[in-house]
Design a protein around this ligand. Structure first.
Ligand code: NDP
Length: 454
C-alpha cells in the first residue's frame, strides 16, 4: 500500500511513500523499547533543555513546517504558522512545569509517610488526525516525553510529510534514539501494534469509529487509552448577550481550520427574542469570508482537508434540508478542482436531522431556536457528544450557572472554546474520555505509584 500526500487545493498528488513493512515496525518497537530504558533515566533538567530545543527547532523552521501543513491539508498559512507557534509554546510550558507536575504528592495517613510517585509507563502509541497535524501530536508528545515516556506516532495517512517532520524535529533537538518515532502505516496495521507487549498505552484523536475500534483492541490487551473524539458543541446565545460580539465569535468558533475542529462550535442555540437578529449578524459575517488559495495571506480560509470529507459534508447538509432545516446561506460546493465548500448556515434544525445529531466536520453552522433558558440547556444537552461548549451573556453569574448545567468536558463563558496548555482538554459521552494538557494530561500515562514507608 502506498501512502499519498495530496494537495486539497487542487487534489494533485504531491508525493507518495511506501507503507512501513512488518520488519520496519518490529525495528521501531525495538528502538522504542531501548529508547525508553535510556530516556526514563535522563534527569528532568536535561529533558527540559531538549524540550526547549524542540520549541526552538520549530520556530527556526516555522515557514517550512507551516507550508507542509498547508500543502497536505489545506489550512491557510496564517493558521499553520499560528499552529507551529502554539506547539513551541506547549513544549516550553511542559519544559517549565514538568518538575512541579511530577513532584511526589504527600498523602495524609495515620502512620508513617505515604506519597504518590509519578513514574513513566513506557512506549505510548499515538494515533493522530490530520486536522491540527502538528498540534495534536505535540500536545501528546510534550507532556509524555517530559514525564519519561517515549512515543510512537501513527499519523493520519493524509499527512505523511508532517509525520516525518515531527520525528525530525525531536531528532534535530537532540532527543536520543527511540524517544519519538513516526511510522507511516495505514490504520489496519495498528492492530498488531496495539497488541504488541512493547506498547504500554494508546492515545487516539479522531472519529468515534476509530476510537471505538482502538479502545476495544487495547481493552483486550488491558492497555490504558485516552480518546479525544468528535463533538457537536453548543454555542448558547442568551437574550442579554452582546450580539455583535457573539456573532463575531460565532464565525471564528465555527470556521476555525475551515470548520474542521473537534471543539468548533457546531450547534448555535439562540433564544427566541434575539434569534432573527443573531442570524442576520452571523450571516453577513459568514458571507464576507474570503475562501481561496490557502497560501494567499488575503484569504480567510482554504479548502477542506480532503475531497471525500467535503463530499460527506455535502451529503449531511442535503439530508438535513430534506428533514426540514432551512438554508440561510451557502449549502453547496463551488466549481473548482479542490476540496472547497461554501461557508454555510442552516436554521430551524429538527432534532432528527444530521445537522443536529451528527458531527458536521466542516464550515456548516446549525442554528436552533430555544424559547427560554431551560429549553436552551435541554437542547445543548440533547447530544451524544460533550466536548466543549460556550455560553454568551452579559450576566456572568447567569453564564456560569448555565455552564455548570451543560454536559461537557469544558464550557467557556463569553469566550471561544480553545485549547491551552494550562487547562485540561477532553470530553464526556461519545466525545471520549481522559484528559490532555495541564497536569491532568501529563498524569494519564503515568504509574501513579503509592509508596508507604513505616
Ligand atoms: P479517522 O478517525 O478515520 O482518522 C483519525 C486517525 O485514526 C487517523 O490516524 C486514522 O488513520 C486512524 N484510524 C482510523 N480508523 C482506525 C482504526 N479502525 N484503527 C486504528 N486507527 C484508525 O478520521 P477521518 O480522517 O476519516 O475523519 C472522519 C471524521 O472523524 C471527521 O469528519 C470528524 O467527524 C472526525 N474527526 C475528528 C477529529 C477530532 O479532532 N476529534 C479529527 C479528525 C477526524 P488513517 O488515516 O490511516 O485512516
Amino acid at each position: 500500500m502506498s501512502i499519498q500526500s495530496v494537495n486539497p487545493f487542487n487534489n494533485e498528488i504531491i508525493r507518495q511513500f511506501h507503507e512501513a513493512t512488518d520488519t520496519d515496525i518490529q525495528a521501531a518497537l525495538e528502538a522504542s523499547e531501548e529508547g525508553f530504558r535510556h530516556w526514563k533515566q535522563v534527569p528532568l533538567q536535561e529533558r527540559s533543555s531538549l524540550m526547549m530545543a524542540a520549541a526552538q527547532v520549530m520556530e527556526d523552521d516555522l515557514e517550512h513546517y507551516a507550508h507542509l501543513m498547508t500543502l497536505e491539508m489545506g489550512k491557510t498559512l496564517r493558521e499553520a504558522r499560528a499552529e507551529i507557534e502554539k506547539c513551541a509554546a506547549c513544549c516550553r510550558y511542559y519544559a517549565t512545569h514538568a518538575e512541579a507536575f511530577l513532584k511526589d504528592k504527600v498523602l495524609d495517613v495515620s502512620q508513617g509517610k505515604a506519597f504518590i510517585s509519578y513514574e513513566p509507563l513506557g512506549p505510548v502509541l499515538a494515533i493522530m488526525p490530520w486536522n491540527f497535524p502538528f498540534w495534536q501530536v505535540i500536545r501528546f508528545a510534550a507532556p509524555n516525553l517530559m514525564a519519561g515516556n517515549v512515543g510512537i506516532l501513527k499519523h493520519a495517512s493524509s499527512v505523511p510529510q508532517v509525520a516525518l517532520a515531527l520525528e525530525e524535529i525531536f531528532r534535530k533537538a537532540g532527543f536520543p534514539d527511540g524517544a519519538f518515532l513516526s511510522l507511516l502505516i495505514g490504520n489496519k496495521k495498528t492492530e498488531k501494534l496495539i497488541a504488541h507487549p512493547t506498547i504500554r498505552a494508546v492515545t487516539l484523536t479522531g472519529s468515534e469509529r476509530a476510537g471505538s475500534s482502538v479502545a476495544a483492541r487495547a481493552g483486550k490487551y488491558i492497555k490504558k487509552t485516552v480518546l479525544e473524539l468528535g463533538g457537536s458543541d453548543p454555542f448558547v446565545v442568551l437574550e442579554d448577550a452582546d450580539l455583535d460580539k457573539a456573532a463575531e465569535w460565532a464565525v471564528k468558533s465555527r470556521m476555525i481550520n475551515m470548520g474542521q475542529s473537534c471543539i468548533a462550535a457546531k450547534r448555535f442555540i439562540v433564544l427566541d427574542k434575539v434569534y432573527d437578529d443573531f442570524i442576520n449578524r452571523f450571516r453577513s459575517r459568514m458571507e464576507a469570508l474570503k475562501i481561496g488559495d490557502p497560501q494567499d495571506d488575503d484569504m480567510d480560509h482554504g479548502p477542506m482537508a480532503r475531497e471525500d470529507l467535503a463530499e460527506g459534508l455535502l451529503e449531511q447538509v442535503q439530508k438535513s434540508l430534506k428533514k426540514g432545516a432551512t438554508l440561510v446561506t451557502g449549502g453547496d460546493r463551488p466549481n473548482s478542482n479542490g476540496a472547497f465548500f461554501t461557508p454555510t448556515i442552516l436554521a430551524d434544525i429538527p432534532k432528527n436531522a444530521p445537522a443536529f445529531k451528527e458531527e458536521l466536520f466542516g464550515p456548516v453552522a446549525s442554528v436552533i431556536r430555544a424559547m427560554d433558558e431551560a429549553e436552551a440547556i435541554d437542547l445543548a444537552n440533547s447530544s451524544v457528544y460533550g466536548l466543549g461548549g460556550s455560553v454568551w451573556s452579559r450576566d456572568l453569574e447567569r453564564g456560569q450557572a448555565i455552564a455548570r448545567q451543560i454536559q461537557s468536558g469544558a464550557v467557556y463563558v463569553n469566550k471561544m472554546m480553545a485549547s491551552d496548555p494550562a487547562v485540561p482538554f477532553g470530553g464526556i459521552k461519545l466525545s471520549g474520555y481522559g484528559r490532555e494538557l495541564s497536569y491532568l494530561g501529563m498524569h494519564e500515562f503515568l504509574n501513579q505509584k503509592t509508596i508507604w514507608v513505616q
